[in-house]
Design a protein around this ligand. Structure first.
Ligand SMILES: [Cu+2]
Length: 203
């Protein structure tokens, strides 16, 4: 009986230590959040962006942004249809400063299999995520003003989670070599509105 007990105890210790150990040989996972103001306002007090919409009068009508679904209705943004139209973005400092964004839970990962778990946290808008290999992450990507998009033929896109509806999510697995990458949303106007972030892959 004593032997039996010890064996169970040993098994318990082994399984506990496996639980406690860092995930072995598991591929790297990156949690990617696609955000706009509807996402931010929907999650009151979201860490990192508490005051973005807190400026009185910034949106013309304080309070209207707190109600899900108000974005995208003509007039509530102060400029009917301003979002997504080429040229409308970037003329207001606030819009440039994170009106839309891509957040990652880690900005540096090791080379190898990487799984992107992408969730569109918008309440009202489609977003997507492209993984673009770049030589210089600080250099601007080629940009087509007329469509307000990155011409995808002129960049090295490795893959994407395309056109996620509000509140939905998707996955993308890539084998990434060491180097610099950008994650972008290439829905019209969204890159210019801030939907770009850097991912560094180390050897
Ligand atoms: Cu987007």
């Amino acid at each position: 009986m004593k032997v039996e007990y010890s064996r169970h105890l040993a098994a318990a210790i082994v399984s506990f230590s496996m639980l406690a150990a860092p995930a072995m040989a598991a591929e790297t996972k990156i949690i990617v959040s696609l955000l706009d103001m509807s996402a931010v306002m929907g999650a009151q007090g979201m860490p990192g962006r508490p005051r973005m919409m807190g400026q009185p009068g910034a949106m013309g009508q304080p309070g209207t942004m707190g109600q899900p679904g108000t974005m995208g209705q003509p007039g509530t943004m102060g400029q009917p249809g301003a979002m997504g139209q080429p040229g409308a973005m970037g003329q207001q400092g606030m819009m440039r400063m994170g009106m839309m964004s891509i957040n990652v839970d880690k900005a540096t990962v090791k080379a190898g299999e990487v799984e992107f778990l992408v969730s569109n946290q918008s309440k009202v808008m489609e977003h997507e995520m492209l993984v673009v290999a770049v030589s210089d992450p600080k250099a601007a990507l080629p940009y087509d003003q007329s469509s307000a998009r990155i011409p995808e033929g002129k960049i090295k896109s490795l893959g994407e989670v395309a056109e996620l509806k509000p509140g939905t999510s998707g996955k993308l697995e890539l084998k990434l070599a060491a180097g610099s990458y950008l994650l972008i949303c290439n829905i019209a106007g969204h890159y210019a509105a801030g939907m770009v972030t850097t991912l560094t892959v180390t050897p």
